[in-house]
Design a protein around this ligand. Sequence first.
Ligand code: NAD
Length: 409
Amino acid sequence: MKLIIVGGDGFCGWPTSLHLSNLGHEVIIVDDFSRRRIDKELNVQSLTPIFELSERIEAWFELTGNVIRYVEMDISTKFDDLLNLLEEEKPDSIVHFGEQRAAPYSMKCTSTKNYTISNNICGTHNILNAIVESQRDIHLVHLGTMGVYGYGHEEPIPIPEGYLDVKIDTIDGREITDSIVYPANPGSIYHMTKTMDSQMFQYYAKNDKLRITDLHQGIVWGTQTELSSQDERLINRFDYDGDYGTVLNRFLMQATVGFPLTVHGTGGQTRAFIHISDTCKCIEQALIHPPTSGDRPLILNQMAETQTLSDLAKLVQSLTNCEISYLPNPRSEAERNDLNVRNDLLRSFGWEPTLIKDSLLQEITEITRHYSDRADHSKIPCVSYWTKNNEPADVSHRAENNEVAETIS
Ligand SMILES: NC(=O)c1ccc[n+]([C@@H]2O[C@H](COP(=O)([O-])OP(=O)(O)OC[C@H]3O[C@@H](n4cnc5c(N)ncnc54)[C@H](O)[C@@H]3O)[C@@H](O)[C@H]2O)c1
């Protein structure tokens, strides 16, 4: 297949590009390098030393003889360039990772809220509009999030793969059944953009018969895949800061550098997880199993397992003997929730999920230990607050001093 990977320089996009190139697909990365720019804006860097995309691609060619091409382009503002690219390259599929993906960053301030909305909504719409204008049958595989379902249920309700079977009483006294899009319940501006993406997918599938797969992905953990470990120039990024660091990677990094694990709130929040190498495998499966008709998008829950944050923290503590800090929660979210997610469709394609207990934690611990001198401890606390009510009086002071509310061993 000929594939355009939007956001192929990012945490999920880079190892996926290697994975798909390794399988013999022709890969063209489109990226505006906004993620690297945001690192500079936040004055942080990936824990791992990531190379420029041109150097990564050159190293990949040296090692394998496989060519990955790339185009620098902001898909949210360069519609004509995007359309030209589709017309010139005639890809079979587009994999769309190219969005601002951190909930805390999206809640940081007015400008990051506005940026997240315009970047994510306009970017996704430009891709859909460009596929229609190109008049080509291009399958779009989009990285959505489990967060579109929300994290509000206390009861063990099964979360279906995007669509909910419902019974409706008609006004003439009958009961009919229907399958509706699972009600969206976003918990941040970032998550809201993903729910708005999914509305656009419904419309374009219905109106223009586009073939779209929306992958509702869990929180990704891990950093390296077998392919990215082959050469230091291929190393994947590792975010640990309060805005972009995802929970399990943050915990493991914190344990390595002796910073108490930061559990926000009670730790009773249940979230879904997937290992980075499974992200690559699931996208491969999504590409080879496109929806047959464009009437409605195919929605797959791309997650391996669910865990509460306090259980995760205790697991890391049992491995490393670290401390755990229970901090006031900067987010507006339920203190605890249940999460029972169906992933039958991806499993039916033969995918065997990697589970957290499968000892891969060792790999991250080695990475975090190896690069611990690059860690800036002042960047670990989350200093983006969901509401003014949550915000402490002096946020910068809290970040500088790594204040913790309560520390338990
Ligand atoms: N990392 C996770 O835990 C996770 C979980 C669920 C879903 N996702 C989704 O997966 C996708 C990739 O996440 P990630 O962790 O790799 O993020 P990332 O920030 O590391 O990568 C995103 C890439 O997209 C690029 N990009 C952003 N806006 C762009 C634009 N307008 N034009 C071109 N390129 C653009 C960035 O420069 C970056 O290289 C995101 O859509 C995210 O919402 C990620």
